[in-house]
Write a protein that binds this ligand. Structure first.
Ligand SMILES: [Zn+2]
Length: 446
């Protein structure tokens, strides 16, 4: 692959250790890696002009359910709280299969890429009608995003006092066996990996205490990360107190679910002690502000988490509870929501961008990504700030204070995924047509 030079960017927000910001500067890429950042660089290879643009590290999404891209704006779930929302959607999801999982992943990943996301996790916790984690992995490989799928699971159905219908739950031995299968088949522990697998029982209210414990043991044995939903809303905390006799943080700690190889989605209702526990143990959190607004879950204590040193990334969450999957808008929402709670100085645009890039990469254990510095992977988002959304802006903070809401170019491992605002690795029109047809079939109940 020839070298690539990104030339003459108006601003480069490096998110390096010094948080350097360069004007009129260049980035040289070789073999998928950033080798030089500075002024007046030259190459015999390819050149991407970046005049009029802000360049940031590619954004990192730390929580998603790609399969939900097939069930946006479902009428019965539009105005319900978390548990009621789930009960509306479970029977619809139970009608999906491998094709729906693959196509919804294609569409969801394209949506992320177009909003500047170069690396995403996914949390797939139901496997109806022969669907497999491999279906999402195939979609990500085709598109070229860096992918951290997690093998989710539910094991306690309605007949055993759980929330999901029995048809959507699996036996715990089968869950653990399939976790081992997908890790052995796909997980790449090496620096620069395009794919890492995690283990992710859906939530404390849909699996047993034993599965939570065994999943943690398995993940540590295999050297992979752990992920689940935690302390999402008041119902969630009440369930924990009533069923386990403790708050979610205590439950997580008791079962081995703290550490720098663990990240929890939402954490809206963490109290001061739980924030201190997660900060002390280097446990990560995926903050999902749009989903939290959409489901009325509350405002996560993001300011307090950051001040305590808790590692936080952003997540768009599934498209049944957002219902968009635009990651740069998610960063804007994170900034705005803290200001609602704590005042206009509670979170700057730069801090929200840092959480969306470097922060997310750290949560996913990727110190080789999320910043623009020699030796880091060449995952870069190039934003044209000459358009109507941000014209007249004085500072690159306009990226969150104004726009744009889509990336001009996106590079992942030095390869172009988006060029001039269009997917180059996917026929998006064909994917959307297929998605519409499959969603209509699901809506028809066929
Ligand atoms: Zn979620």
């Amino acid at each position: 692959m020839p070298d690539i030079l990104i030339r003459n960017a108006d601003h480069i927000l490096t998110m390096n250790d010094a948080r350097d910001e360069l004007r009129g500067a260049d980035i040289l890429i070789r073999d998928g890696m950033i080798v030089q950042v500075g002024h007046g660089l030259a190459t015999d290879g390819d050149v991407i002009g970046a005049a009029g643009c802000v360049v940031t590290p590619g954004l990192v999404n730390t929580h998603h359910h790609l399969y939900q891209s097939m069930t946006r704006a479902v009428p019965g779930g539009q105005d319900a709280l978390l548990f009621g929302w789930l009960k509306t959607l479970y029977p619809i999801w139970a009608r999906m299969g491998p094709e729906e999982i693959f196509v919804s992943a294609q569409a969801g990943l394209a949506e992320l890429a177009l909003s500047g996301c170069s690396m995403t996790s996914d949390h797939l916790y139901l496997y109806p009608n022969g669907a497999r984690l491999d279906d999402t992995i195939a979609a990500a490989a085709e598109i070229g995003l860096r992918f951290h799928p997690t093998r989710g699971a539910m094991s306690i159905g309605e007949s055993a006092g759980g929330l999901p219908p029995d048809a959507l739950v699996e036996k715990e031995t089968a869950i653990l066996d399939d976790c081992i299968r997908v890790i052995d088949a796909h997980h790449d522990p090496h620096e620069g990996a395009m794919l890492r697998v995690g283990v992710a029982p859906c939530s404390p209210f849909s699996v047993s205490r034993e599965l939570m414990r065994d999943a943690a043991l398995l993940a540590r044995d295999k050297g992979v990360m752990l992920h689940t939903h935690l302390a999402e809303n008041d119902e969630d905390v009440a369930y924990s107190l009533a069923t386990f006799g403790c708050r979610p943080g205590q439950y997580a700690e008791d079962l081995g679910w703290v550490g720098d190889d663990v990240w929890h989605a939402h954490c809206v209702k963490l109290d001061g002690q739980e924030i201190e526990l997660f900060a002390r143990t280097r446990t990560g959190a995926a903050h999902c502000p749009c989903s939290n607004c959409r489901l009325g879950s509350g405002i996560a204590p993001l300011r307090a988490m950051r001040d305590a040193g808790l590692r936080v990334g952003l997540g768009v969450d599934g498209s049944a509870s957002n219902d968009t999957g635009n990651l740069v808008l998610e960063a804007r929402q994170a900034m705005l929501l803290q200001r609602v709670a704590r005042g206009a100085d509670a979170m700057s645009a730069r801090e929200a961008l840092e959480i969306a890039t470097r922060g997310g990469a750290e949560v996913l254990g990727r110190h080789d990504c999320g910043r623009i510095a020699p030796g880091k992977r060449a995952d870069l988002a190039i934003w044209d700030v000459g358009g109507f959304e941000s014209a007249g802006s004085w500072d690159p903070a306009a990226l969150l204070l104004a726009g744009p809401v889509g990336v001009r170019d996106l590079l992942v491992e030095g390869r172009t995924v988006v060029r001039d605002g269009r997917m180059v690795t996917l026929d998006l029109r064909a994917v959307l047509a297929r998605q519409r047809a499959l969603a209509a079939r699901l809506a028809g109940g066929a």
